[in-house]
Unconditional design. Structure first.
Ligand SMILES: *[C@@H]1O[C@H](CO)[C@@H](O)[C@H](O)[C@H]1NC(C)=O
Ligand SMILES: *[C@@H]1O[C@H](CO)[C@@H](O)[C@H](O)[C@H]1NC(C)=O
Length: 277
């Protein structure tokens, strides 16, 4: 006889089962029976838990509904009403449809405004190979001495106009913060990007700028690049952080270096406004 055979309510079954577990102990009934009873007991406990949880959720839903009702009936609860509106609006933005950039884009161009040190070079290579295979045009910004990811408004307009003249379908790749094409009355492309664990990313950048091949590449592109101090090249990240060296102090809210040392990935998604830095 298992507990689930009985048509009792949940609570009754539970007490019956506890009792039968007790009896089973005394009478030394077979292991298999004990096991099945144990399973039944676990199943009932979970049912009970779910029942209580559902009731709790129901209560919370009720209270939320009454809050909504009182907010819409009484005029002085406008703040709460706004909160709820914001919540609903925020929730709507999280729908797959509204988050799908492709559907909202006005131009068949993928703008990969790549965040540095997230594997973007590899991804760029994949895009290049795909462009040959799937016949779309591959546009890439030329290597710059200093990558300026935050531009003045006129420069943003220059980039946006340039991109808007490109053939489609195509992909354009550049290290740059999000540029709002709509603001310049230009067709919005399909933005894509990658992100990486922020700490891993900072460590990656630290060693990247110390790698010998990085200097070979830099020297090739810009022959007058000075060679760095060998002690600086040999310094490991742990030493730099523990010693509190200037370049390894990650002070929250610090803006001066934020752009050039690739500490923030959010700028690539936020844009060029002051509040994005
Ligand atoms: C996103 O939009 C494009 C174009 O409208 C569509 O082809 C694609 O299936 C959509 N993707 C998802 C996941 O909805
Ligand atoms: C882009 O600019 C337009 C026009 O100024 C504005 O309505 C829109 O919200 C902006 N989009 C983003 C993502 O900032």
């Amino acid at each position: 006889m298992t507990c689930s055979d009985k048509g009792y309510t949940r609570i009754n079954i539970l007490s019956t089962c506890s009792r039968s577990v007790e009896t089973a102990k005394h009478k030394r009934i077979f292991i298999s029976k004990r096991t099945s009873e144990l399973v039944a007991l676990m199943a009932i406990s979970s049912t009970l838990f779910l029942f209580l949880h559902t009731r709790d959720l129901h209560t919370r839903l009720r209270s939320l509904q009454s809050v909504t009702n009182s907010a819409s009936t009484s005029g002085d609860s406008t703040a709460m009403e706004n909160d709820i509106d914001n919540f609903i609006q925020h929730d709507q933005k999280l729908e797959a449809y509204s988050l799908n950039n492709t559907g909202h884009a006005k131009k068949e161009l993928i703008f990969f405004n790549r965040v540095p040190k997230v594997g973007s070079q590899t991804f760029m290579e994949i895009l290049r190979l795909l462009s040959l295979r799937n016949q779309f045009v591959f546009y890439q910004d030329h290597v710059q001495r200093v990558e300026t990811i935050r531009l003045a408004e006129t420069e943003q307009l220059r980039v946006a106009s340039m991109v808007s003249k490109y053939d489609t379908p195509s992909v354009f790749i550049k290290h740059i913060s999000f540029v709002n094409f709509t603001k310049f009355y230009l067709p919005e492309p399909i933005y894509i990007n990658l992100v990486r664990d922020p700490v891993e990313r900072v460590i990656s950048w630290y060693y990247y700028i110390r790698a010998p091949w990085y200097y070979v590449e830099r020297k090739h592109a810009f022959p007058d690049t000075p060679l760095p101090d060998p002690n600086w090249l040999k310094k490991d990240f742990e030493t730099c952080v523990l010693r509190g060296d200037r370049e390894c102090r990650y002070t929250q809210g610090e803006k001066r270096e934020g752009i050039s040392d690739h500490r923030r990935q959010t700028m690539f998604f936020c844009g060029h406004d002051e509040e994005c830095t």
